[in-house]
Design a protein around this ligand. Structure first.
Ligand code: PEP
Ligand code: MN
Length: 297
């Protein structure tokens, strides 16, 4: 257990012992290391997950898989089941669900890249598990404990995104539910918090980078950052990605789309293939400065 010092504003020593003993560090140097589809997490490598917000079509996801893999991404991201904020749909703005899962499978088969995708409901776990190497628990489901428990029971690795209103204590509580099921491959992902000062009318969230070192004082689990959802604004994605690497993020999730302005969902935030390629190079230079790497080592 970490020394007898106050670990954080909303986390007490008692919490670490009694509320989330499995998520808590046992010593200052305790950090989990594990592999997912041959990619090490919690080590020198900073695995990169990249792809569109939504799996819009087979062509889009296969094309993206080829390009992000070529640029050095370790996982393809993309949602087939999406927590869209409003119930109205158009031909473009519509979840691709079963088809999306099938197309992710095609992209995986054609490129060999691992897949991370969101699961929204327990009843779709078997289907999503057919293609997912990592199950994403979305921000909005961070406190859906029955979903986290069922997802953890599949033994697939989980990435739990922080709810935009959640404290570090609540986030670690969600991780504890997964660890309690005996699933040790759990990644936590910061994706922006909801606060009044977000610097731009279109910004809904503020990237809480301070939570990265704060979480790493308390938990041994790898901490990822998603600067795309946090900034909601393309020009801010690259600088905040580099800042995420610099402050100790163990993985990066990015939205990359062949035609960002025409992304079916959140078109202000994805970057194109060329920008992603440049950003991978810039990330590598930043990572080198802290003795880490985004390139396979
Ligand atoms: C996503 O990554 O596609 C997503 C919906 O993110 P969040 O749950 O963080 O809003
Ligand atoms: Mn989104």
């Amino acid at each position: 257990m970490i020394q007898n010092k106050a670990p954080g504003k909303d986390v007490s020593i008692e919490d670490m012992k009694e509320k989330f003993p499995l998520a808590s560090k046992k010593s200052d140097t305790h950090f989990s290391k594990f592999e997912i589809s041959g990619v090490p997490f919690g080590d020198k490598l900073i695995p990169v997950m990249a792809g569109p917000n939504m799996v819009e079509s087979e062509d889009l996801i296969v094309q993206t898989a080829i390009n992000v893999k070529k640029a050095g991404a370790h996982f393809l991201r993309g949602g087939a089941f999406k927590p869209l904020s409003f119930p109205y749909r158009s031909s473009k703005y519509t979840e691709t669900r079963e088809n999306g899962i099938k197309w992710l499978g095609t992209a995986k088969k054609e490129t060999g890249i691992g897949v991370i995708t969101e699961v929204m409901e327990e009843k779709y776990l078997d289907l999503v598990c057919e293609v997912a190497d990592i199950l994403q628990i979305g921000s909005r489901n961070m406190q859906n404990y029955p979903l986290i428990t069922a997802a953890a029971k599949t033994k697939k690795p989980l990435m739990i995104k922080r709810h935009y209103g959640a404290s570090l204590r609540d986030w670690l509580g969600a991780a504890e539910y997964a660890l309690y099921e005996g699933n040790t491959k759990i990644i936590l992902c910061e994706r922006g918090v909801s606060v009044p000062h977000t610097h731009k009318d279109s910004s809904r969230f503020l990237l809480d980078l301070q939570v990265v070192p704060a979480a790493k004082e308390i938990t041994h689990l790898p901490i990822a950052v998603d600067p795309s959802h946090a900034t909601f604004w393309r020009p801010w994605v690259a600088p905040m990605t580099l800042a995420s690497v610099a402050c100790g993020s163990d993985s990066i999730m990015l939205e990359v789309h062949p035609d960002p302005e025409n992304s079916a969902v959140d078109p202000l935030q994805p970057i194109d293939f060329e920008s992603f390629n440049t950003l991978m190079e810039d990330m590598e230079r930043t990572a080198t400065a802290i003795n880490r790497s985004v390139r396979d080592v």
